[in-house]
Ligand binder design. Structure first.
Ligand SMILES: [Zn+2]
Length: 320
């Protein structure tokens, strides 16, 4: 049995940083509800499809935006996720720190896009503030974290430990993982223990090109994802972490559903539902931490699937 984490980063962007107070209500609708002429394809849609298949999702919710726009929109998001029976966990985008109306950190007057650019003490404060915001918005039992843009470092794991958060899922070998200070020189693909925190890295794979790719709904074809899941099961991996976003089923302009990605999502859910004797789709609450001492090599997907995916991605770019 392989533990599968279907993780969804939930965040709101206002298309730049000018007039954000004016732009926020529309941005909230787009990123959270995702209205289109064909219906809504945002967070409630994602929650409904997961529930239709009896699958549990992990929703890493970004709360710092609420220090600018108020707690009601955050409470709405937390309510949607929690009332549908899914896990609310913490996601932080430090881009909001200098936009906040509540002083989160002293002396920050310009933008710092990455959490890893803050000291351990500052990261500890931000993670504490984020947890408190989510709890005030109705979340409970938060025990997992993901840094915005996967831009964490080893200090983040100490900061999580100081806040009593046991799990992290910020290590991404295709992004900042290798120079995060966590197991230098090793590509981390299976859970480890570091600085008092259990790291559950993003699942990445070698697709025959030069770089590693992460298992994201918009980045992988359904065939790739299914093949990788079987391969991870056969290799007796401990965990398989999939990435999505609250607005991932929409096209780039967020005015239409991305039909290819919607189809991938439905197929993946139906596959995981059919094969629940092999794959346990779960969250971090109640999880017994695991640590794999000898890291295996990243999973490999055959090149023909890479080629097929490239065609599918080109179709998406052209017609969505
Ligand atoms: Zn994010």
């Amino acid at each position: 049995m392989l533990d599968v984490f279907f993780t969804v980063d939930v965040e709101i962007w206002c298309d730049g940083w000018n007039n954000i107070d004016e732009k926020f209500p529309d941005a909230f609708r787009k990123y959270i509800h995702g209205p289109t002429a064909k219906g809504d394809y945002g967070l409630p849609y994602t929650l409904r499809v997961l529930n239709d298949h009896g699958l549990k999702g992990v929703f890493f919710i970004e709360p710092l935006f609420s220090t600018r726009f108020g707690e009601q929109p955050l409470a709405e998001i937390v309510g949607l996720v929690a009332e549908s029976g899914h896990e609310v966990q913490l996601h932080l985008h430090s881009e909001w720190v200098d936009e906040s109306k509540i002083p989160l950190l002293a002396g920050i007057h310009s933008k710092r896009n990455h959490l890893r650019n803050f000291s351990t003490a500052e990261q500890t404060t931000l993670i504490g503030a984020g947890t408190q915001l989510l709890e005030q918005a109705g979340a409970s039992h938060i025990n997992a974290f993901r840094a915005g843009g996967f831009a964490f470092n080893k200090d983040t794991l100490s900061a999580l430990s100081a806040n009593g958060i046991l799990f992290d899922s910020s290590y991404n070998a295709s992004l900042f993982g290798p120079d995060s200070g966590v197991m230098p020189g090793v590509v981390v693909v299976e859970p480890i223990e570091c600085a008092g925190t259990y790291e559950y890295p993003m699942t990445v794979f070698n697709d025959g090109t030069q770089s590693l790719r992460h298992a994201q709904l918009t980045s992988c074809s359904y065939q790739e994802m299914e093949g990788l899941l079987w391969q991870a099961l056969e290799a007796e991996r401990s965990a398989f972490v999939i990435l999505s976003h609250g607005s991932e089923l929409l096209n780039r302009a967020k005015n239409r559903p991305d039909e290819v990605v919607v189809k991938r999502f439905h197929k993946l859910c139906s596959f995981l539902d059919r094969n629940r004797d092999s794959f346990c789709v779960r969250g971090f609450q109640g999880l017994k931490p695991r640590a794999v001492l000898q890291q295996p090599r990243p999973l490999v997907s055959p090149v023909w699937k890479t080629g097929a995916r490239m065609l599918e991605q080109a179709y998406r770019r052209k017609y969505q």
